[in-house]
Write a protein that binds this ligand. Structure first.
Ligand SMILES: [Zn+2]
Length: 266
């Protein structure tokens, strides 16, 4: 998240106000999945986007693992001391991400230490995410929308966000469930795993809404844990407005909206 993102008049990941729900709209909220893998590019991405849903599911008993593909070591901003280096920033941001996840009830955080700001849709990353899906065997994966190049007229989606989402979907299908893709994972004892559903946030045509009225406050608190990024800025007003806007199509006071892919097993 950058200053320009915060200032964007059309908020990233938030549907245009009052946009009608699309075809295939799910009118009832899905049950919390038993096991969830939440995959994002940077520390704080999860807190800006899906933290209300994750906190709600954690309270309902879901086992949630959060995957942070980079360590956010390029996340400098006007609050960053001039002497800060990438090497010094990485452990700070990892600690902030762990603190945020503790508040949300996320049980485990995995950092893959890819390069912040230069993420590529590589086979190595696809293999790493496939490994995690086979290890944690989630019922649902939560990620961004790789097809969104920009939101509104003032926010260009971060390339790392697109790559993280793109490779996550490729890992979910076909890699995780196909025995002879990445056979070296079989040698690690990691058998194929079919993911039942993917919750895609930031989709321009969402079809599923999660009511986060009860967890908006903890979402705000979790985002505040990213102190190196927040500085003096209080995210409460912006997150509250995003939640309000996302809830409009379903007449919810506070929501997170998703496009949900329900994947057939063979
Ligand atoms: Zn980000």
């Amino acid at each position: 998240m950058t200053e320009s993102e915060r200032d964007a008049t059309s908020t990233p990941g938030v549907p245009e106000r009052g946009r009608p729900a699309g075809e295939g709209t799910v009118t009832t909220e899905p049950e919390p999945p038993a096991r969830v893998l939440s995959i994002h590019a940077h520390p704080d991405d999860q807190e800006f986007t899906v933290a209300g849903t994750l906190a709600k599911w954690a309270r309902a008993g879901s086992a949630i693992v959060s995957v942070c593909i980079t360590s956010g070591h390029a996340g400098s901003n006007k609050y960053t001391p001039p002497e800060m280096t990438r090497e010094a920033l990485a452990p700070i941001r990892q600690a902030e991400q762990r603190a945020a996840c503790r508040l949300l009830g996320v049980g485990e955080v995995v950092f893959l230490d890819y390069e912040d700001g230069a993420l590529e849709p590589s086979i190595a990353l696809r293999r790493d995410l496939t490994r995690l899906i086979r290890r944690y065997r989630p019922d649902a994966v939560v990620c961004g929308d790789p097809t969104v190049r920009y939101y509104g007229r003032s926010y260009l989606n971060h390339p790392d966000h697109r790559v993280a989402a793109d490779v996550t979907l490729d890992a979910v299908f076909p890699s995780a469930e196909t025995r002879l893709i990445f056979p070296e994972l079989l040698d690690e004892g990691l058998l194929p795993h079919h993911v039942g559903a993917v919750f895609i946030h930031g989709a321009e045509r969402p079809d599923t809404w999660v009511d986060i009225t009860e967890t908006l406050a903890v979402k705000v608190a979790a985002l505040r844990e990213h102190k190196s990024q927040m500085g003096e800025w209080d995210p409460e007003e912006m997150l509250t407005e995003w939640a309000r806007e996302q809830g409009v199509p379903r007449r919810l006071g506070a929501a997170e909206a998703f496009r949900v892919m329900v994947l057939d097993g063979d």
